[in-house]
Design a protein around this ligand. Structure first.
Ligand SMILES: [Zn+2]
Length: 158
């Protein structure tokens, strides 16, 4: 048995299921935790090892854990779109994150939309985007639907 146990019910998790390991919950506990909101939700999100943000359908950040906020320059991510928080160069030059022509090809946006539409969580999706100051940033993301929102997890650090 590995170290992976569900945050809510304590049952051990399938170590081969990347999304369950990342979210540290069984699928049913994940839905329950995220639908309750409030302190349970924030305690849970802070317990995750991955920088994580809850996004609405426009990729606006509703809630982000400390690990995610630490990556944002002014540490305040609420209300920002994900590309603004991650300092995507396109968001600064081409228009609002999610609305520019470049966004049509954005894997983050497409993954979030796919998960919202189908309910299918994604794992280990490679992302690469032009960063405002670094030349490019490349990392892996995972997405899991929560009602009308999506939890975005950064599997590897940008
Ligand atoms: Zn559970």
């Amino acid at each position: 048995m590995g170290q992976g146990a569900c945050f809510r019910c304590g049952h051990s998790l399938d170590e081969n299921d990347g999304l369950r390991v990342l979210t540290k919950t069984c699928a049913s506990c994940f839905s329950l935790l995220l639908s309750t909101g409030g302190k349970n939700l924030s305690d849970y999100l802070e317990s995750l090892d991955a920088p994580s943000a809850l996004l609405d359908h426009e990729q606006t950040i509703v809630f982000a854990n400390n690990r995610f906020r630490a990556m944002v320059i002014d540490h305040n991510s609420s209300g920002l779109r994900v590309g603004e928080a991650l300092d995507c160069m396109y968001a600064a030059t081409l228009g609002r994150c999610g609305d520019s022509v470049a966004c049509l090809l954005c894997k983050i946006k497409r993954s979030v939309e796919h998960t919202l539409l189908t309910g299918e969580g994604l794992c280990r999706v490679p992302i690469s985007y032009p960063h405002k100051t670094d030349s490019r940033r490349t990392f892996l993301i995972a997405t899991e639907r929560v009602g009308t929102k999506v939890l975005l997890l950064l599997e590897s650090q940008p």
